[in-house]
Write a protein that binds this ligand. Structure first.
Ligand code: ZN
Length: 278
């Protein structure tokens, strides 16, 4: 503990040594059957294992609890505990009826899958994007990519996270479910997506969160907003792009540090694939 100003509620409090990625996520994503079960996070394009977690004295007990109750604990309870285990969200969506289907792009209204708590997903996603706007101490000389929000947006999001107001109108948060059968139990920090408007995204053990900014965002994008349109999406094009990014970033990673883990994951996957065919 360290005394200081909590970055969420702005009160002077005892602060926790807070993790950028939820600590529970590290525990959960430690697939129990991996010898070195640390997940991989990205920092300045380098994949690292969580022995060097990004952390800092940031939030008070009450705000840590807010993050936890607001979204983290629900999201973590839905993430597969081990590689090869089924993803509960896939099972739920398999029996749900999308209201829109076009070439690998599906929209599911939250109301049709009441077991999926969209509000918790939105809160979790927004809290991660907001954390990315904060300063974090470097780890191994690398810091997480920084997300830009203007002062009004940043304050609006802070008030939203405190439960004091809606999300700013010029933001769209899309929550997409991993479109492929096998889920990567890897959690990444938000990074910028090149395009016509300001956009960031991150992958968290089977969920893809995308945050887009702008007053003139395309109507098609607005339709995918988990907050205002209250929908969940499956988008194979987005999934493919995230998968490629994941692969290319792992390609440029410090291989010596993650090679063992990657081989173990591949072996477990091969094993679970052959057993599911039997
Ligand atoms: Zn606080």
């Amino acid at each position: 503990m360290q005394h200081g100003k909590c970055e969420l509620c702005h009160l002077m409090r005892d602060l926790h040594d807070s993790h950028y990625l939820p600590a529970g996520g590290y525990r959960r994503a430690r697939a129990a059957n991996l010898k070195n079960p640390n997940p991989i996070i990205l920092s300045n394009g380098k994949a690292k294992q969580s022995s060097n977690q990004v952390r800092d004295y940031k939030f008070c007990t009450e705000c840590e609890k807010r993050f936890n109750v607001g979204g983290e604990s629900w999201v973590l309870s839905k993430v597969p505990a081990q590689y090869g285990k089924p993803f509960e969200i896939h099972t739920l969506l398999n029996t749900a009826t999308p209201t829109f289907v076009r070439k690998g792009f599906l929209i599911f209204p939250g109301a049709t899958v009441p077991e999926i708590d969209l509000a918790k997903l939105v809160y979790f996603g927004i809290s991660m994007f907001w954390r990315a706007t904060l300063d974090w101490s470097p780890v191994d000389g690398g810091t997480p990519p920084k997300l830009f929000m203007n002062i009004r947006q940043k304050e609006g999001v802070r008030q939203f996270l405190l439960g004091n107001g809606p999300l700013p109108k010029d933001m769209v948060i899309t929550v997409a479910v991993w479109p492929f059968k096998k889920v990567y139990l890897m959690n990444f920090v938000p990074s910028r997506v090149e395009g016509a408007y300001r956009q960031y995204r991150f992958h968290f053990s089977g969920f893809i969160f995308v945050l887009s900014f702008g007053k003139k965002l395309p109507a098609e994008l607005k339709r995918t907003c988990a907050y205002r349109s209250k929908v969940l999406t499956i988008n194979s094009k987005l999934g493919e792009s995230v998968k490629q990014e994941l692969a290319s970033q792992l390609e440029t990673a410090d291989k010596r540090r993650i090679q063992g883990t990657l081989q173990e994951i591949a072996a477990i996957r091969a094993k679970s694939a052959s057993s599911s065919q039997n």
